[in-house]
Ligand binder design. Structure first.
Ligand SMILES: Nc1ncnc2c1ncn2[C@@H]1O[C@H](COP(=O)(O)OP(=O)(O)OP(=O)(O)O)[C@@H](O)[C@H]1O
Ligand SMILES: [Mg+2]
Length: 448
């Protein structure tokens, strides 16, 4: 018998209350024997040994999830035998999105088992009716016992299993309360074994809280094939689904959704969505910047308002969707390098549409918007600006500049101001203006 720490992997012949290696509490769980005695080993004939060239791939077919954006995030669709950890804060929309996926799989493939350890079957039905997800082959089960879930899988032979959430599943053969690391590891391990042996598509929902109680789902991230996290702020209806681990595709991808009464709707063209309301008549203080969400460029409008501080008041500096410390630094750069006095003015900055532009690549656009408002001169509405700004006013290279240029071109923009360093030559209909300093960029924008 052997025990291992779920946090650091420390192995021992006995379990500990607290791991002597990493200090984690209640992290020891029994692990299966992976060793064989010399006698067993010598009698093993090695039938499973085969060269990699003889491994058959014809049965690995991707299954569409019903959401093109989710499929793109997964690298082309769901894979039978794949386990996806689906994390997110409470109330963000995890159950909603997974019910939608369950509906598609029930319609197109076969039985789907949706197990909820948190909600009753009638609660599930209420949500499913609201979002229009009702199908004969979609089975719901309100259950927490790992053994009963496994028995339900045996009976139903589903093509997909959704466990909402993994923190509620308890195994009768393991000590510890539901949600404890030991139970979490045992339940995940068993469900992964079940998934691989029956070639299911399995989603394990994991709750993550704002105060960093990430430890639960994070501790099984290394066991699963894909880890997706649904993010957003509950007051707003936008949701970002990010992939942080993917054994079958690229990571650092993002899909954008909008929460509606009928469920989560994907936003296929985020640039168009976020530029809605961006008017064609030029207004001082407004500029469009291509920011990156994962590896996806999205065009957003950045707005600045600079107005004289009344009386003897303290000048205000406020911003939404940008990093205030970065904005203060940019104001100091403008003041010093352009020799303009901005200390006696209030400065407000905002990203239209509720998106965040905290990337340094939006520096140059922030500088352009501030100077445009200060001088009361608009920037041409067909121009996009991107670049990081250094303390001496130089424009520094940004990541994935070619993709940003292509997105601006795709959205019908005529011109883009980019850093002169690190920008490859891009062929196309868009006019690429390279700037090595903020002075040169402002000159190109007609703000000098
Ligand atoms: N009628 C509605 N119109 C629009 N949005 C709604 C409506 N009803 C619920 N919602 C949204 O759905 C969210 C709850 O979705 P869901 O239950 O899928 O989230 P969850 O991540 O599974 O939550 P939990 O952590 O409780 O399991 C609510 O926070 C709300 O944003
Ligand atoms: Mg839920």
């Amino acid at each position: 018998m052997a025990f291992a720490c779920s946090n650091c992997g420390y192995r021992s012949v006995k379990g500990f209350g607290r791991c002597p290696s990493c200090g984690a509490w209640d992290s020891f769980a029994e692990v299966g024997e992976t060793t064989a005695s010399p006698q067993e080993a010598s009698s093993w004939l090695g039938e499973e040994l085969r060269p990699i060239t003889q491994i058959d791939l014809t049965d690995v077919k991707r299954i569409p999830s019903g959401s093109d954006e989710l499929d793109r995030l997964l690298g082309g669709g769901l894979i039978p035998g794949g386990v996806i950890l689906f994390g997110g804060e409470p109330g963000i929309g995890k159950s909603t999105l997974l019910l939608q996926v369950a509906q598609t799989l029930a319609e197109r493939i076969g039985n789907v088992l949706y197990v909820s350890g948190e909600e009753s079957e009638s609660q599930l039905k209420l949500r499913a009716s609201r979002i229009g997800v009702l199908h004969e082959r979609l089975y719901v089960l309100s259950e927490q016992s790992l053994e009963r879930i496994a028995a339900a899988v045996e009976t139903l032979s589903p093509c997909a299993l959704i466990v909402d959430s993994i923190q509620t599943v308890v195994s009768g053969s393991t000590e510890g309360e539901s949600g404890s690391l030991r139970q979490l590891r045992e339940a995940s391990g068993e469900l992964i074994r079940l998934t691989k042996s029956r070639r299911l598509v399995t989603f394990l929902v994991g709750h993550i809280t704002k105060d960093g109680a990430f430890a639960g789902p994070k501790s099984v991230e290394h066991l699963v094939d894909v880890a997706l996290y649904l993010e957003g702020s509950r007051g707003e209806d936008l949701r970002f689904l990010r992939s942080v681990k993917n054994r079958f595709g690229a990571t650092d991808e993002t899909a954008v959704f909008r929460m509606t009464a009928e469920g989560l709707k994907e936003i296929v063209n985020p640039s168009q969505f976020f530029l809605e309301g961006h008017r064609d008549d030029p207004r001082p203080g407004c500029v469009v910047v291509p920011i990156l969400e994962g590896s996806k460029p999205i065009l957003v409008e950045l707005q600045a308002l600079v107005s004289p501080t009344g009386g003897y008041g303290v000048p205000q500096r406020r911003c939404t969707g940008l990093d205030i410390n970065r904005v203060l630094l940019l104001l100091a750069v403008i003041e010093k390098q352009l020799a303009v006095h901005i200390g006696g003015a209030d400065v407000y900055l905002s990203v239209a549409g509720g998106l965040e532009a905290r990337e340094r690549a939006s520096d140059l656009a922030a500088v352009a918007a501030i100077v445009s408002s200060l001088r009361n001169r608009p920037i041409d509405t067909k121009t996009v600006v991107v670049g990081e700004v250094g303390l001496s006013g130089e424009v520094r290279a940004v990541r994935r500049v070619a993709e940003r240029i292509r997105e601006a071109e795709k959205m019908g923009y005529a011109r883009i101001v980019v850093p002169s360093v690190g920008t490859p030559s891009v062929k196309g209909s868009i006019d690429v203006i390279r700037a090595e300093s903020i002075e040169r960029a402002l000159e190109a924008l007609g703000l000098a």
